[in-house]
Unconditional design. Structure first.
Length: 158
């Protein structure tokens, strides 16, 4: 009988292709609640757990912001960091069309298009952080510097 093979997400395939080391943490979750709940389910330290938000600038361009699950994006600071006049969250109904992911399973890696990525600078306080693996029930733990390198993320405060 064939051994069950792990089904890879786009995020995992990208990390594999770049030969980046990561840990996959699977958890039972019927539907997304929030990042704090996810960290508690996985046993990941809440302070090292980060969420991925997709925003749209006044120019209609999309941007990816990765910040602590306990934090909230400051739209003015995010706009300034991205060089936009203003910034807003994309409508929830557009998340899959824009990213290829569903709410609660949105990873900064492997979206439909390569959008500019911004990482909250407090991530630099940790060697590794936890981010969505690209589907609900999957978290990835990887080195902050690897995430920055693969996504070409800029760090800042937002």
């Amino acid at each position: 009988m064939a051994k069950d093979k792990e089904i890879k997400t786009n995020a995992m395939r990208i990390l594999d292709k770049k030969k980046v080391s990561y840990e996959v943490i699977q958890y039972e979750c019927k539907e997304f609640v929030d990042g704090i709940h996810t960290a508690q389910l996985t046993g990941a330290p809440v302070e090292q757990s980060f969420k991925t938000l997709v925003l749209q600038g006044k120019s209609r361009r999309h941007y990816v912001f990765v910040l602590p699950v306990t934090g909230e994006v400051q739209l003015k600071e995010a706009a300034k960091l991205a060089g936009e006049k203003s910034m807003e969250m994309i409508p929830l109904k557009d998340i899959t069309q824009v990213t290829g992911y569903v709410r609660g399973g949105c990873s900064p890696l492997g979206m439909k298009k390569q959008y500019p990525v911004f990482l909250q600078e407090e991530a630099l306080n940790y060697e590794k952080i936890y981010v969505s693996g690209g589907r609900i029930g999957t978290t990835l733990c990887l080195a902050v510097q690897d995430l920055i390198a693969v996504t070409q993320a800029k760090t800042g405060r937002f």
